[in-house]
Design a protein around this ligand. Structure first.
Ligand code: ZN
Ligand code: ZN
Ligand code: FE
Length: 759
């Protein structure tokens, strides 16, 4: 009997803290009459079990097969140990160790059990807006230090009452060691204020908030990863006022509805989209609009989609239960600044936008915006990967050193690597102002601390003026590796797909600094992790006014027209030439011909802008990529019609824009509807690049193609190009774990730096 009584030590790494893993182990050990202990440590969870060999085997097999929903096991090691004759099985206090490589769970939506309690009048947490358990609630945004224990979170301010404490200590409770466990007697609470911070007295601040929303007021609501600005989306006057105050002319607002039923009132939902909406990550999902629909036109103007999500905190559920079709829940920020998380900061920055504030006294340590996804080409694509997904790492094929990838300028994220894991941060934003720059620095430091990564290599963009590049250059005692933007795009796609060797990369986006100092963005590259060769690109064209040409697509329109027709373009019958004052057009021509502030670009994003201006869709944009997005929204492409296209051969291939621009102008003269022109334009690009890839394959033998860059957010182009390339038997790789836009750049920088350093 004694020989059969053994002891075994297990070490488990992965997302195993704060997800009910220890109680699960505790219950499992009891099930098999095992003695010993389980503890969180800084690298995960360690378990010591003693019992009969058979029972330990059963225990181990169940442990791997049936772990809690939020747990994610990455690495498991075990050894036999001497028997210590434990009297029982217990959960012991966390021990901090030197190696701190545990993974932290993302913040996830309130679970069904908690939701049931929230709306049960007999439950002691009836309508308590901070209800949570080990299977749900805040994690990443409230952690300041590891291991994940209450004193290391913003819940440290709240001392549990005896009832909560009893649940916390009871291994059979769903709240056993649920770190944010709380109730109305001991936990955080909400309060309603006006925009000067004065208290609004009410016995039920949530009901009062709902009433104010119904009356058309704008309310700043503190959520999980930051403040939202809320307004009733069927109230056109309220939505218009929010747009004006937020200085956000046309960018679609995100909306939140109580359930799928409410969303169906204004949007179509495919089965896969319904799964996404209901997932514990609760992203904003882009859904095709129903027309007509009850929402204000100002919610998502000039767009075929609504960005909708389901509630993910108990507070959201309580507010939306007051029968709203949908509430606008847009990030609580001033355009282009990070969202507010701190109460005081919110009053200062949002006081001129919101009429009232529904705040609470639980601190958010790290802001995290809502994630945005879209179903495209049969898969879920990230437009923004943030709350709900971060900090789940991307798992790499090979082990890499500790590296920090600083990301690009727009839609910035950072990436920290260790071993075979790459942690991509939440969305930081456009690094164009001090507020975002300090959020960038704060995130880097916070992540280094909670992931325990001290980078020996820093990777950044080639662009000398990016704030992220400057940050990288300031860091001492680390190796600095600069990575070209489009190289990083393709490398990020290779990394998330776990592919090695050399591929053909199509990197299409708006802006990226090229090795020749020009602005690239329509690039066909031969890429391996260490280097790249530019094999083809869209031929250069001046961008009159540089950054102004991004904000004013009409400038690009003129540039393409001048390039295609010379001075003859003046004779064309185009709305663009009537909408813009002649003297302004003359100024642009002068800038181009005298080469004043007119850098050259090969960007496909700019070609989209230029075409949008030429066909009269848009001359000015209020956010980057707006014209291109509207061109996509407009496109009708059920035909095989295309424009003529041409490329020049030589050292590299130069794709000419002239034939396409001439074709578009001709169609305009014939009175062809812009939606058909847009469809033809998309089809032309698909045909052109798939054919060009075939030519390059003949010379290079490369059959694998990676697609990356912001232009691939365009579903027509992505879907069409995949189909065309697969039709030519190419192996096509694209993004589904990280964004195809610049939000994925930091991963690409890190893997290129890893490969470069290894060499
Ligand atoms: Zn729960
Ligand atoms: Zn309590
Ligand atoms: Fe890019």
């Amino acid at each position: 009997m004694k020989e059969n009584y053994i002891a075994r030590k297990l070490k488990i790494n992965g997302i195993v803290q704060g997800v009910g893993f220890r109680p699960f182990v505790y219950n499992l050990a009891n099930k098999f009459q095992l003695k010993g202990e389980v503890a969180n440590n800084s690298s995960g969870v360690s378990i010591h079990v003693e019992g009969t060999r058979e029972n330990i085997e059963f225990f181990c097999s169940d442990l791997f097969k049936t772990h809690p929903p939020l747990a994610h096991l990455v690495e498991i090691s075990f050894n036999e140990k001497p028997v210590e004759y434990f009297k029982d099985f217990s959960i012991v206090k966390s021990i901090s160790e030197n190696s701190r490589s545990t993974l932290i769970s993302p913040d996830v939506s309130v679970c069904d059990d908690c939701l049931g309690e929230l709306f049960n009048p007999d439950n002691r947490r009836y309508k308590y807006p901070f209800i949570n358990c080990t299977n749900c609630g805040p994690r990443y945004t409230i952690i300041n230090e590891i291991p994940y224990d209450r004193p290391n979170t913003s819940m440290k301010e709240f001392i549990m009452c005896s009832k909560c404490r009893a649940e916390y200590d009871n291994p059979s409770s769903r709240r056993f060691h649920a770190q944010p466990n709380a109730c109305v007697d001991c936990g955080p609470h909400v309060s309603l204020k006006d925009n000067t911070g004065r208290n609004i007295n009410s016995s039920n601040p949530i009901e009062k908030t709902a009433n104010l929303l119904k009356q058309g007021y704008i309310i700043a609501i503190k959520g999980l990863g930051g403040f939202h600005l809320a307004a009733d989306s069927v109230n056109n006057e309220a939505v218009t006022r929010l747009r004006k105050r937020k200085n956000r002319e046309e960018k679609p607002f995100a909306i939140m509805s109580y359930g799928i039923k409410q969303i169906r009132e204004y949007a179509f939902i495919e089965p896969e989209e319904e799964k996404l909406l209901n997932s514990i990550q609760r992203p904003i999902v882009l859904l095709l609009k129903k027309e007509p629909n009850p929402l204000s036109r100002e919610v998502s103007p000039n767009n075929r989609y609504f960005g909708a999500m389901l509630p993910y905190t108990p507070l959201h559920y309580l507010i939306l239960a007051y029968e709203f079709t949908a509430l606008i829940m847009t990030s609580g920020n001033i355009s282009n600044e990070p969202i507010a998380i701190d109460n005081q900061d919110a009053f200062e920055r949002l006081g001129s936008i919101a009429d009232y504030f529904l705040i609470n006294n639980r601190d958010i340590y790290l802001r995290s915006d809502d994630s945005i996804v879209r179903r495209s080409a049969g898969k879920t694509r990230f437009i923004r990967r943030s709350r709900g997904y971060v900090p789940v790492p991307v798992f790499l094929k090979h082990s890499v050193p500790q590296i920090l990838g600083c990301g690009a300028e727009l839609k910035n994220t950072v990436c920290l690597t260790r071993g075979k894991t790459a942690f991509i941060s939440q969305h930081i934003g456009d690094l164009e102002n001090l507020a975002t720059d300090s959020f960038f620095r704060l995130t880097v430091n916070h992540l280094k601390r909670i992931l325990d990564i001290d980078p020996e290599i820093i990777a950044c963009d080639l662009h000398p003026d990016y704030l992220s590049t400057r940050y990288a250059e300031e860091q001492l005692n680390v190796e600095l590796i600069k990575v070209q933007h489009h190289h990083a795009h393709i490398a990020s796609c290779m990394a998330e797909n776990g592919i090695d060797g050399t591929v053909l990369g199509l990197s299409f986006d708006g802006t990226g600094y090229g090795t020749d100092g020009s602005i690239w963005g329509g690039e066909v590259l031969i890429v391996d992790p260490v280097r790249f060769k530019r094999i083809a690109n869209i031929s250069y064209i001046p961008m009159p006014g540089s950054a102004s040409a991004i904000k004013e697509p009409w400038r690009m329109g003129i540039s393409y027209l001048y390039h295609a027709f010379g001075e003859d373009f003046w004779n064309l019958d185009l709305p663009l030439l009537k909408q813009i004052e002649e003297k302004n057009i003359k100024l642009i021509i002068e800038m181009i011909s005298k080469n004043i502030n007119s850098p050259l670009t090969s960007s496909l994003g700019r070609l989209f802008d230029g075409i949008a201006a030429i066909i009269g869709i848009r001359n000015h944009v209020s956010f980057e990529g707006q014209a291109a997005m509207e061109l996509e929204m407009l496109a009708v492409s059920n035909s095989e019609e295309i424009y003529d296209y041409e490329w020049l051969s030589g050292n590299t291939y130069k794709v000419l824009t002239q034939p396409i621009v001439c074709g578009v102008v001709e169609d305009m003269a014939r009175g062809i509807h812009p939606s058909r022109i847009s469809g033809k334009f998309h089809m032309t690009l698909i045909k052109l690049f798939s054919e060009l890839c075939e030519v390059i394959r003949k010379e290079s033998g490369l059959n694998r193609i990676a697609l990356s860059g912001g232009v691939f957010q365009n579903s027509i182009l992505l879907t069409g190009l995949i189909k065309a390339l697969e039709g030519k038997s190419f192996e096509v790789y694209m993004h589904s774990k990280i964004p195809t836009n610049d939000g994925g750049i930091s991963l690409g920088q890190a893997v290129v730096a890893a490969a470069t350093a290894k060499r």
